[in-house]
Design a protein. Structure first.
Ligand code: NAP
Length: 257
């Protein structure tokens, strides 16, 4: 009895980190800063934007939390496994309790003209990336009494469709379906899994879109801000959201309801 309670106490003493994929820019950056504001130590994943990632790290640390960079391509299974193995080796007393699968790319084109590599690249980053990272992180999350929380970045495109985005829509629709199934798999282990489906949000991904044509279509008459998405993600990762799982929450200014 004594040994058992001691063991539980030891388990819960581990520091709970958040891993945010694609944390160097845009929505991922805003999520990292939000989590830091919530006092959660952050692991900032990025692929190529070294300096931007470093700046996010500095900004998180300025809020008084631990922040670390972890460079890997979410679409490269071996790189994912190696990076997370290495992180776990250097953090024997910690675990990733919060995972935000945010990394994603677009390669828009009408389907009849879409190069095979553009189909594959979008599916690989957004959908396979979600699979590789989540599968790697899940076992430790499920072992802990306090469980964990996963938020997957979907899109309005995965719900309603968008011309020129069959690849992106397939990836985001897949994320939504996987979110629902995974939530059922791990609910009893105290792990929540939800998806967020943003509409048009200001970031590098949307900077070349024709805003003058798009804004009139949005009931709130503006693009959303990364900080607004981050606030929603922060809520879904908080203790207040422990009874929410398997949900897809839209944040789109009324674009699609
Ligand atoms: P963004 O400004 O283009 O930033 C993308 C981020 O993902 C960067 O930090 C980038 O890191 C990272 N990334 C890309 N490929 C990666 C890979 N293979 N491995 C690791 N990291 C990778 O995009 P965003 O607008 O912030 O979008 C973030 C997420 O929200 C995406 O999943 C996107 O589909 C979704 N979303 C965005 C909008 C929107 O309107 N912006 C709407 C709906 C959904 P590096 O720069 O270091 O490579």
């Amino acid at each position: 009895m004594f040994a058992c309670s001691n063991y539980n106490q030891f388990k819960e003493e581990k520091m709970k980190y958040a891993l945010v994929t694609g944390g160097s820019r845009g929505l991922g950056r805003a999520v990292c800063l939000k989590l830091a504001e919530m006092g959660i130590p952050v692991v900032i994943n990025y692929q190529s934007s070294e300096q931007a990632a470093q700046e996010v790290k500095t900004e998180c640390e300025a809020q008084g939390v631990q922040a670390e960079l972890l460079k890997f391509n979410v679409g490269d299974m071996e790189a994912v496994n190696a990076a997370i193995d290495q992180w776990e080796e250097t953090h024997p007393d910690d675990y990733i309790a919060y995972l935000v699968n945010n990394a994603g790319i677009t390669r828009d084109n009408m389907m009849f003209m879409m190069p095979t590599e553009d189909w594959a690249a979008v599916l690989n980053t957004s959908l396979n990336g979600f699979f590789y990272v989540t599968r790697k992180v899940l076992p430790k999350m499920m072992m802990r009494k306090h469980g964990g929380s996963i938020v997957n970045m979907a899109s309005v495109t995965g719900l309603k469709g968008m011309p020129g985005q069959t690849n992106y829509g397939a990836a985001k629709g897949g994320i939504i379906a996987a979110t629902k199934s995974l939530a059922l798999e791990v609910a009893a282990r105290n792990v929540t899994v939800n998806a967020v489906a943003p509409g048009f949000i200001e970031s590098d991904m949307t900077k070349d879109l024709d805003k003058d044509a798009l804004v009139p279509l949005i009931p709130t008459k503006r693009f959303g801000k990364p900080e607004e998405v981050a606030a929603l993600v922060g809520f879904l990762l908080s203790e207040n959201a422990r009874y929410i799982t398997g949900e897809v929450i839209s944040i789109n200014g009324g674009l699609y309801t």
